[in-house]
Ligand binder design. Structure first.
Ligand code: HEM
Length: 167
């Protein structure tokens, strides 16, 4: 079965995210633009990333995902790392943070985007959540060279988690 089909059928738990389509297209247009996906993340479909669920680091308020995604280009001047996204859940608000974009050890995580969480349903032991109104945080602006302002729309999040026994 294709990875894409696994995700659709809810057999895999993780975060599916297109990050920001226009940014991915921009990197693709660069003659030396590169993307790498590792450590628990895989590409799915035509432009989405799938970060696998990290159950050990998750709890009721934090949904943790694993995977290291990096973009580079402009002869090394552009380097963007979106690694190990964690979702902090506060009611219906969600804040997605990532590891230090420069991959410095022991540097704090930074909040990248926020959104409103909606439960989309459950099926076959998997709960599906989504956020449509995903927007860049103030802290995330520098990661994209100050090109996008705070509040810039990013792609929707789709989250698939193991269903709780009460579901
Ligand atoms: C050598 C230095 C750079 C040059 C010459 C450059 C050039 C450009 C140009 C011409 C555009 C608009 C055209 C297009 O969309 O294709 C653009 C957009 C953009 N650049 Fe750069 N850039 C540079 C460095 C960077 C760096 C270091 C970043 C850091 C992430 C960055 C992030 C972006 C972003 C996010 C956009 C908007 C993409 C979109 O959503 O449409 N750029 N850049």
């Amino acid at each position: 079965m294709e990875a894409d089909e696994d995700v659709r059928q809810g057999l895999v738990h993780g975060l599916r995210w297109g990050l920001k389509k226009s940014f991915l297209d921009y990197v693709r247009r660069m003659p030396d633009g590169r993307g790498s996906v590792s450590d628990g993340a895989v590409p799915v479909g035509t432009g989405d990333l799938f970060y696998e669920h990290d159950a050990e680091r998750s709890d009721a308020g934090v949904w943790a995902f694993r995977g290291d995604v990096r973009f580079s280009g402009h002869f090394g001047m552009l380097f963007v790392r979106v690694a190990h996204p964690w979702l902090r859940i506060d009611g219906t608000n969600v804040e997605l943070s990532i590891e230090d974009p420069q991959a410095r050890e022991d540097a704090p995580r930074i909040p990248l985007v926020t959104g409103t969480l909606r439960r989309l349903g459950s099926q076959d032991g998997t709960e599906v959540w989504g956020s449509e109104d995903v927007a860049l945080t103030a802290e995330g602006v520098a990661l994209f060279n100050d090109v996008y302002a705070e509040g810039e729309p990013f792609e929707p999040l789709v989250i698939q988690l193991p269903a709780r026994p009460t579901d």
